[in-house]
Design a protein around this ligand. Structure first.
Ligand code: F6P
Length: 365
């Protein structure tokens, strides 16, 4: 692709599942862009819109007042990977490469660069597009906080806030009815949401993918609490948690998605087993998409704004093929190709787990 000198027009898209803070990033990109003399083109519905040619101008007026708004004004999709595009052929789903269609749109829209806001799947696509000559900058998002290249992803703090405040509410009803209440939270193969949400919300038991649990140990903790006069317990279980020697609990798979496996259901499995082993009335609450919706926390608003503004600075400096990352207290950039596929998991021997254990939380191990 021919390289132009000045950066005049940039595309912005949000890929994968939504999370609080996406709009704050879009605003953080679009407002300074005007000062750089760049116009911003918003690509609708993530990479799906990139392939299908859905986009619109984004003026400063469009991004005004969206800092605290959840979701994404651009729309998103986790099914639109241009390199893995499902097409129905004779009643069967066939996977095709539609990247040329995306590149065609990039050229016809007159884009000089693309800022893609998304998780690991989005960064994989960015890496491939970068190799095809697209001037890409990645901005990492996910409530799961499972990207190794950045200390924190925006959206995580907002999800943790939902988990913590939900546990606060469940605490009073669990105590009133002497019940065990199990809360299933998201996070895919990482336990960050369960760990941080459980710590902040005072869970008695936290079950995470990184620490396979034993049923006996879970039941023992509830029994010990009973002996101490605590006739209720709160269990925070990550959707990717599994018992020792057991399998992930899934609710299906969808070939059209970047990761076809759809996790979910472990909360009910845990609640049923606890009731069986302890004889205590046990109920489950699945927080689901409550963790992704709504307004970002102040922490996420600040991080998202910094990420957006840093991304546009990188564009102005023509430092392409980079992903924005938080390192300590500073926003830095890392090569996208170094950032992808490096998942950050909870260290079972790490400080957060040992602090949780120190205050009496059981991990069922
Ligand atoms: O990656 C974010 C996330 O919310 C995961 O925690 C969860 O497993 C998944 O997305 C759910 O995706 P969907 O909303 O497409 O079912």
């Amino acid at each position: 692709m021919a390289k132009k000198e000045a950066i005049r027009r940039i595309g912005v898209l949000t890929g994968g599942g939504d999370c609080p803070g996406l709009n704050a990033v879009i605003r953080g990109v679009a407002k300074p862009a005007e000062d750089y003399g760049m116009s911003v083109y918003g690509i609708c519905d993530g990479f799906e819109g990139f392939v299908e040619g859905k986009a619109r101008e984004l003026s400063n007026a469009d991004v005004s007042g969206i800092l605290a708004r959840g979701g994404t004004i651009l729309g998103s999709s986790n099914k639109g990977d241009p390199f893995h595009w499902p097409v129905e052929v004779n009643g069967k789903i066939e996977i095709q490469d539609k990247s040329e269609a995306a590149i065609k749109n990039y050229i016809s829209w007159g884009l000089d660069a693309l800022i893609a806001i998304g998780g690991d799947g989005t960064m994989h696509i960015c890496n491939k597009l970068s190799k095809m000559g697209v001037n890409v900058i990645g901005v990492p998002k996910t409530i799961d906080n499972d990207l190794e290249a950045t200390d924190v992803t925006f959206g995580h703090d907002s999800a943790v806030y939902v988990v913590a405040t939900s546990l606060d509410r469940l605490h009073t009803t669990a105590a009133s009815h002497h019940r065990v209440l199990v809360v299933e939270v998201m996070g895919r193969y990482a336990g960050w949401i369960a760990l941080n949400g459980g710590l902040a919300g005072g869970a008695d038991i936290i079950l995470i993918p990184e620490i396979p649990f034993s049923w006996e140990s879970v039941a023992k903790k509830i029994h010990e609490r009973e002996l101490m006069g605590k006739k209720f317990s709160l269990v925070c279980v990550a959707e990717g948690a599994k018992p020792i020697g057991g399998e992930l609990t899934t609710r299906g798979s969808d070939i059209k998605r970047t990761d076809p496996i759809q996790l979910g259901g472990i909360g009910k499995v845990v609640a049923d087993k606890i009731e069986e082993l302890t004889g205590k009335e046990t109920r489950v609450t699945i927080l689901g998409h409550l963790q992704r919706g709504g307004s970002p926390t102040p922490y996420d608003r600040i991080l998202s704004t910094k990420f957006g503004a840093f991304a546009i600075d990188l564009v102005a400096q023509k430092k392409f093929g980079k992903m924005v990352a938080l390192k300590g207290n500073e926003i830095k950039n890392v090569k996208i190709e170094d950032a992808i596929s490096r998942h950050k998991l909870v260290d079972p021997e790490g400080q957060a787990v040992s602090v949780a254990k120190a205050v009496g939380i059981s991990f069922g191990d």
